[in-house]
Design a protein around this ligand. Structure first.
Ligand code: NAD
Ligand code: UDP
Ligand code: UDP
Length: 343
């Protein structure tokens, strides 16, 4: 269902030799819901650079115009302030559905709204995909595995999720979103893709969104103690945002529905993460323990064999390489142009 146009090239996209000689791939019309957010804005950058036309749909709950401002004035870019809980009529070829707060602090802020966004929002975007015959990609999460009893987590694992806890609005919301996606696929023939994303970090993360990497980096830069929740022995696996975006695009363009784990298998305890942040920003940064939040998963590490085999994808940026790129962005946003020596 790729669209080609003779001679008119919006950029030479290499889709694995499937494009007939002499024909260039015509730019696609792509919706990115949540495109003004952290991950979405990086995805938009890649799609625009590839030659596609991108419509960002965002209600700016956690996203910011600043993340996509550099595309204003580009005729291939549009920004619509819209809440995906309301129906939306557009004509497009692909839908990357990212709209949903990702940080626990934000998704717990209004849990019912989080459920509506995941359930009604996803239903609307699937209805749109069905009506116009667009391919639909859901950004699900490693949270569907809950507090996992299998380690590392494979896509075949069904998870260990509390249905009535404070994280359930997000975990169960995303699980329902996956179910809806598969039912539109089976029942209405919608072409779908499902990504299960593990903890991702990088430039443009909200500075005060409460996630552990953004917290530690902002705290170290501001000379505040790093807040380690609980004993700090719980683990996460941290993926740099450019690796994720590459994975999402390969998934969308590939032949497989998924679900696919997209994450970096490099696993760290929160104390180890704090140490890497100290080494990167300030060896004298203090560590302060705080009580942990409810239902915090004890460990999290993706098995990415499926994505390696079927998408030819694996992450390239290790934590110690990726963190400095995020620090540079945070330094600029926290201190402005003023070059503060924080070591
Ligand atoms: P983010 O909060 O930066 O971005 C989410 C975007 O969605 C924001 O721009 C926000 O304004 C928008 N949004 C929220 N509710 C909306 C609504 N009802 N209507 C329209 N727009 C709405 O988060 P992110 O880290 O960029 O996450 C993007 C997606 O990836 C989310 O679906 C998230 O669940 C998923 N994900 C992210 C991570 C991660 O570590 N970053 C991990 C797993 C899954
Ligand atoms: N929808 C939408 N845009 C469209 C098509 C549908 O927002 O272009 C919404 C529609 O309002 C409905 C949902 O998607 O709430 C599911 O649509 P579908 O056609 O699958 O189901 P139905 O409308 O029959 O309930
Ligand atoms: N965490 C922490 N200090 C913080 C914020 C979070 O130790 O300032 C811990 C949190 O308890 C969890 C892990 O870091 O074990 C990851 O939390 P985050 O909110 O980043 O993402 P999650 O994987 O829980 O969605």
């Amino acid at each position: 269902r790729m669209i080609y146009q003779n001679g008119v090239g919006f950029g030479s996209f290499n889709s694995g030799g499937k494009i007939p000689l002499g024909l260039k791939r015509k730019g696609l019309r792509i919706v990115v819901t949540g495109g003004a957010g952290f991950v979405g804005s990086h995805l938009v950058d890649r799609l625009i650079a590839r030659g596609d036309s991108v419509i960002v749909v965002d209600n700016f709950f956690t996203g910011r115009k600043e993340n996509v401002m550099h595309h204003f004035g580009n005729p291939r870019f549009e920004l619509i302030r819209h809440d995906v809980v309301e129906p939306l009529l557009l004509e497009v070829d692909q839908i990357y559905h990212l709209a949903c707060p990702a940080s626990p602090v934000h998704y717990k802020y209004n849990p019912v709204k989080t459920i509506k966004t995941n359930v009604v929002g996803t239903l609307n975007m699937l209805g749109l995909a069905k009506r116009v015959g667009a391919r639909f990609l859901l950004t699900s999460t490693s949270e569907v595995y809950g507090d996992p009893l299998e380690h590392p987590q494979k896509e075949t694992y069904w998870g260990n999720v509390n249905p009535i806890g404070v994280r359930s609005c997000y975990d169960e919301g995303k699980r329902t979103a996956e179910t809806l996606t598969m039912d539109y696929h089976r029942g209405a023939g919608v072409e779908v893709r499902i990504a299960r994303i593990f903890n991702t970090y990088g430039p443009r993360m909200c500075i005060d969104d409460g996630r552990v990497v953004s917290n530690f980096v902002a705290q170290a830069l501001r000379k505040e103690p790093l807040t380690v929740y609980g004993d700090g022995k719980q683990t996460r696996s941290f993926q740099f945002v450019s690796d994720l975006v590459e994975g999402l695009m390969r998934l969308m363009e590939g032949e497989h529905v998924g679900p696919f784990n997209l994450g970096n298998p490099g696993e760290f305890t929160m104390l180890e993460l704090a140490k890497v942040v100290q080494e990167t920003i300030d060896p004298n940064a203090q560590i302060e323990h705080r009580p942990n939040t409810e239902d915090d998963p004890h460990k999290r590490k993706p098995d990415i064999s499926r994505a390696k085999e079927l998408l030819g994808w694996e992450p390239k940026v290790a934590l110690r390489k990726g963190l400095p790129m995020m620090v540079q962005d945070f330094r600029q946003r926290i201190f402005g142009d003023h070059k503060e020596d924080s070591s």
